[in-house]
Design a protein around this ligand. Structure first.
Ligand SMILES: [Zn+2]
Length: 346
């Protein structure tokens, strides 16, 4: 899908401009309403794409400028969901959040991001990537009063996600990414139906597909959970073999400042690896050499032509100057490695 060697991209979100939403805050409420909000979101999408192009990224995304939350904004567009009567639920067994309730059969009555994707497509000739929530992560962000079965609801969401994904592909999206941080918590469900539901969401797509997994943003509840995981984070070992056998093309995971042993990606041999070489939980901007060192450390375990340099996770909580500097560091660090590998038979 991309001609670049070691093609660079961000995982997903970028900080929003201060006129659109309160800065440096995750899931920040909008500062505009009605038609002004629609126009503001679209302007922000174009800015986010321009900033990525300016930084020199090879694959451009929307920076998730038109959504407040990576899951609920998608769910808001579905029927069968009641947003008025919210329930407090524990998310990934870690923190409480007020979530909407499923009160009837879920259906996608209209496209969610397709117009936004067309706007991004019109702006750039580079490959574009679009992120959607994965089925398991969606059901983990809802209270269900209708289906009574996590698995049944996951298959419903997989069908709905597939409808959206096919339309995104038709709109010119080159890479569709499913965010599934819940894979890292519910291992039995991942094995029994999680990966299968994800494959259903990607069924029939000709564009490339990504699954992004991670240990979450640097918010307090996640940091407290990470404290309990010990020195080496080996949770991925539980489901990487199943992902390796799946129909998904690319696996996106964190590496910079992470406790995930890099040799775990050996379990994914044959897949493309979108590797996080930028820590999104700190304002400290990586040097190009630090970025190159992370990418270099992966080379014994992934063919160089299958390595996609990226960020650990979304950058929404950072300031705009820091996010821009981190994107430049990613590009410059990747150039170091490209120069090293030039002419070598990888
Ligand atoms: Zn993530």
């Amino acid at each position: 899908m991309t001609n670049a060697f070691l093609p660079t991209s961000i995982v997903g979100s970028l900080p929003k401009p201060a006129w659109l939403a309160e800065p440096e805050k995750l899931w920040s409420p909008w500062r505009l309403e009605g038609a002004a909000l629609d126009e503001g979101r679209r302007d922000a999408l174009h800015l986010a794409a321009a900033e990525q192009a300016l930084a020199g990224l090879d694959i451009i995304s929307d920076g998730e400028q038109t959504r407040q939350h990576f899951v609920t904004t998608f769910i808001e567009h579905l029927s069968g969901v009641d947003f008025e009567h919210r329930e407090t639920m524990r998310i990934r067994d870690r923190y409480d959040a007020s979530v909407p309730t499923i009160v009837g059969p879920v259906a996608r009555t209209k496209p969610v991001f397709v117009d936004d994707a067309k706007a991004l497509r019109a702006q750039t000739d580079r490959p574009i990537k679009w992120a959607l929530p994965g089925p398991m992560t969606m059901i983990d962000t809802l209270a269900d009063k209708h289906y009574g079965s996590r698995e049944e609801l996951a298959w419903e969401f997989a069908r709905i996600l597939n409808e959206e994904a096919r339309e995104l592909e038709a709109a010119g999206v080159d890479i569709i990414q499913f965010d599934e941080p819940a894979f890292n918590v519910f291992f039995d469900d991942v094995r029994d139906w999680g990966v299968s539901a994800l494959e259903r969401a990607a069924e029939g797509l000709r564009c490339e597909t990504v699954v992004h997994i991670c240990y979450g943003y640097g918010i307090e509840a996640n940091n407290a959970w990470k404290e309990t995981l010990g020195e080496e984070w080996r949770q991925y070992e539980e489901f990487f073999p199943r992902l390796q056998q799946s129909s998904i093309d690319i696996v996106s995971l964190e590496s910079r400042n992470s406790h995930v042993p890099i040799d775990l990606i050996e379990l994914l041999r044959g897949k493309k690896i979108m590797l996080g070489a930028i820590d999104v939980a700190t304002d400290a901007v990586e040097t190009p050499e630090e970025v190159a060192a992370v990418l270099r450390s992966a080379l014994p375990h992934v063919d160089a032509d299958k390595l996609y340099p990226s960020t650990n996770c979304g950058m929404a909580p950072l300031s705009r100057p820091v996010a821009a500097a981190k994107m430049r560091a990613l590009v410059e660090g990747t150039r170091i490695l490209r120069a090293e590998l030039a002419g070598s038979p990888f």
